[in-house]
Design a protein around this ligand. Structure first.
Ligand code: B12
Ligand code: SF4
Length: 486
């Protein structure tokens, strides 16, 4: 095809607006970064549209401007929706390309709805496909194996993103994958056949950061501290840039060396930490070795002493979990001043070692992928019933985000500023839904980003001494946003 291409990139809704789990603010956090990354491989005169169904409709007819190519990102919970959309476009003879995590796990399922499927990260295979497509002989399957790199990537097409619609428009990834191998994680399946952890050049990462307006950044990397040398150079390079940022890392990387201090000095203000479980049997059975024998309390204390708020991730329903796991976990999190918690019902994603084990043992209860959202029980637990697991999960969320619980957890911090920040951050995330809905309807989310930057301003302080039992008094700025979670 010699004329410029018309390409439509679509992220179908992960949860539909009719679901009881639909929370406009949760789905208006981040723009579709993966698709904006792929769009960068188009030529300057190609015409690209990026549709994020969380903030706008995907399936309005394209009228006269029917695209030549539709690129759809498929996660497990949006697979049904993605396939429906794909079928509609194929009925109109539009070429449909499907890729992403779920396509990589179940390529045969996806292939029934696509002209081409893509396995693994899209850099390298997507430009290869584009050149085949233009030449008129696209292949049905593209699999990323060798040549995985983040060197020399074209800049992400952020011009396709309507920044006003997102609270966190400045999301970015500077690494891909993770050096660990937890059995329940998507990571090994997605990166199978090639490198599973690699980084940008530090200078490229710093240039990308420098191009982003405002102060706030959110690193969506699985493990921002995963490569010590890279992270050191990144944080050193960010000193003096005046950024505040959030990210994710493992417990061992927080305890080791002085990387976390460097991150704090560069502007790290809140961190998503995969504690997952308080049981060492669960940890060893799920190959989460990096957590084994680590002092979780020391992790929380160290982060708090640096003024870094903690979003703790916890999984319920592993084989060593019984009815008491919910209370124990929530108590631990409140006692240790965890600011926001992301609780998950354990979910065996197809392609993972956890799924293979459960399937071999006949424990998979449903293949309705929409239920694989870590809020439903899709397998037979070992020491709980599906009903008690679901009830315990719901209880944990309610209990952790009660006003009295938020106050209790806030009080564990040493400084008033940190206490107040914690209180309003957690309350803002779970208690101000009507306010967020109003702001979203008025398309004014971007006006909240400077507020977010304000609340992420620096505060440090050791844990509260027992005699220092004052309630948070100042009323600081509005809440900020945790990493994906309910
Ligand atoms: C941002 C994010 C979200 C956003 C998603 C919206 C958005 N705008 O992206 C929000 C907050 C809504 C979210 C929600 C959830 N998320 Co989430 N999320 C992420 C996160 C942190 C970053 C995604 C990202 O931008 N990555 C960076 C870009 C560059 O990579 P990418 O998107 O994968 O795109 C690349 C490839 O996939 C590929 N590609 C993708 N599509 C296509 C299409 C074609 C044609 C081609 C060629 C290539 C291609 O090319 C791209 C470039 O390499 C990932 C973790 C991670 N690091 O990826 C978790 C992750 C995707 N989330 C996960 C989960 C579990 C959830 C939740 C279920 C959790 C929960 N209970 O809340 C919910 C969804 C449930 C639901 N039904 O609502 C899991 C998914 C596990 C799985 N096997 O599916 C992940 C992997 C986290 C983890 N480590 O477990 N999430
Ligand atoms: S540390 Fe996190 S991202 Fe890395 S393999 Fe384990 S669960 Fe996945």
């Amino acid at each position: 095809m010699t004329r410029p291409l018309r390409v439509k990139f679509v992220l179908p809704a992960l949860t539909e607006a009719t679901s009881p789990y639909w929370r406009p603010i949760k789905y208006s956090l981040f723009p579709p970064l993966g698709l904006a990354t792929l769009a960068a491989y188009l030529q300057p005169d190609d015409d690209a549209v990026l549709v994020d169904e969380h903030v706008g409709a995907a399936d309005n007819p394209d009228g006269a401007a029917t695209p030549d190519l539709v690129v759809i990102q498929v996660y497990i919970t949006n697979a049904d929706r993605a396939y429906r959309l794909a079928d509609q476009y194929r009925a109109k003879r539009v070429f449909v390309a499907l890729g992403g995590l779920h396509v990589t796990s179940l390529p045969d399922e996806a292939a029934a709805h696509a002209d081409a499927v893509f396995l693994g990260p899209g850099e390298h295979i997507f430009p290869q496909f584009l050149s085949d497509f233009r030449a008129g002989h696209p292949a049905p399957v593209y699999r990323s194996t060798t040549q995985r790199t983040l060197t020399g990537l074209p800049p992400v097409r952020r011009d396709l993103i309507d920044r006003r619609r997102y609270l966190v428009p400045n999301s970015l990834v500077v690494t891909r994958g993770c050096p660990q191998h937890c059995d329940f994680c998507y990571k090994d399946a997605f990166f199978e056949g090639g490198r599973s952890f690699y980084t940008q050049h530090v200078d490229d990462a710093l240039s990308e950061i420098a191009r982003l307006p405002g102060r706030h950044l959110y690193f969506l990397d699985d493990h921002l501290l995963g490569d010590r040398r890279f992270a050191e150079a990144l944080f050193d390079g960010m000193q003096g840039m005046g950024r505040v940022f959030q990210g994710a890392a493992t417990v061992d990387s927080i305890l080791r060396g002085d990387l976390i201090e460097r991150a704090a000095a560069a502007g790290l203000r809140s961190l998503f930490v995969g504690f997952e479980t308080l049981s060492s049997l669960n940890l060893s059975r799920s190959n989460k070795r990096q957590n084994l024998g680590r002092d979780y309390a020391a992790v929380a204390d160290r982060l708090h002493s640096l003024g870094i708020m903690v979003n703790g991730s916890f999984v319920f329903g592993m084989d060593d979990d019984d009815d008491d796991v919910f209370r124990r976990t929530v108590d631990w999190a409140l006692e240790h001043g965890i600011t926001t918690a992301t609780f998950h019902v354990q979910t065996p994603y197809p392609g993972t070692r956890l799924f293979s084990r459960m399937e071999a043992d006949g424990r998979i209860l449903t293949r309705d992928w929409q239920l694989y959202d870590t809020r439903h029980v899709v397998y037979q637990p070992a020491r709980l019933t599906p009903r008690s697991l679901k009830a315990g999960y719901d209880w944990a969320y309610r209990e952790f985000y009660r006003w009295s619980s938020i106050a209790r957890a806030s009080m564990s911090h040493g400084s008033l500023k940190h206490q107040a920040k914690h209180f309003f951050y957690a309350a803002g995330w779970k208690k101000l839904e009507p306010m967020w809905n109003l702001v979203i309807r008025a398309k004014q989310l971007s006006a909240m980003t400077p507020v977010l930057e304000g609340v992420l301003s620096k505060s440090t302080g050791a844990r509260r001494r027992p005699d220092d039992a004052r309630a948070p008094r100042s009323t600081p700025d509005l809440p900020s946003v945790p990493h994906p979670g309910d």
